[in-house]
Design a protein around this ligand. Structure first.
Ligand code: GRF
Length: 192
């Protein structure tokens, strides 16, 4: 059984497609949502799936304390893998090392292009012909770990920024569950 934690801060559409992927899965289960915003919409989605959540209190300059609390929860729940889905806090190198399990992120750009925020807007304003997504391992340097999957589509500016954003999110929603499932299958194999 691969035990999953998802970290998300906002809308949670990627959280939802992951939750949906594992809802009737007897080999893998989403054990917890970690969120740092107490009224984020993703919490409503977690309630819908009966997935427990914890609000990580990132109070000013208290990142280490917040991370210690998260680590405690991960250890208590025996979590095997973390999927970041729009988690707007940067995890420290200490946290990544200490938790000792794979951490995976989804980024709405063809990395190494457009690391950081507003990636879709920056791609839209460029002269790029393609836009896409990257699913990658998390290391201390933001949006820089080994790539698991990259997918791209033609960048059709006639759709407008909103339309293009929509297309990118569709790609995310298709590929994040597929990649997550494969990763969990690998974890289950390694446990046998
Ligand atoms: C997604 O675009 C994801 O790639 C990025 O944050 C966004 C989260 O969207 N890391 P949502 O909250 O899953 O709808």
């Amino acid at each position: 059984m691969a035990k999953i934690a998802i970290f998300a801060s906002g809308n949670g559409s990627n959280f939802e497609v992951l939750a949906n992927e594992f809802v009737n899965d007897d080999k893998n289960s989403v054990e917890i949502l970690i969120c740092n915003i107490k009224d984020a919409y993703v919490l409503k989605r977690a309630q819908k799936f009966n997935i427990p959540y914890e609000i990580a209190g990132y109070i000013k300059n208290e990142r280490m304390r917040a991370e210690k609390n998260i680590l405690k929860i991960l250890k208590e729940k025996d979590i095997d893998v973390i999927f970041l889905a729009g988690f707007m806090k940067i995890l420290t190198g200490e946290f990544i090392k200490e938790c000792g399990i794979p951490i995976i992120n989804i980024h709405p750009a063809i990395l190494p292009k457009y690391k950081g925020t507003h990636s879709i807007e920056r791609a839209f304003s460029s002269d790029d012909k393609e836009i896409g997504i990257t699913i990658h391992y998390v290391i201390e340097e933001v949006d820089s770990g080994d790539i698991i999957i990259q997918k791209s589509i033609p960048l059709n500016r006639e759709l407008g920024l909103d339309g293009v954003e929509n297309e990118v999110h569709k790609l995310e929603h298709k590929w994040y569950p597929i990649a997550a499932k494969q990763i969990c299958e690998g974890i289950n194999k390694s446990k046998v």
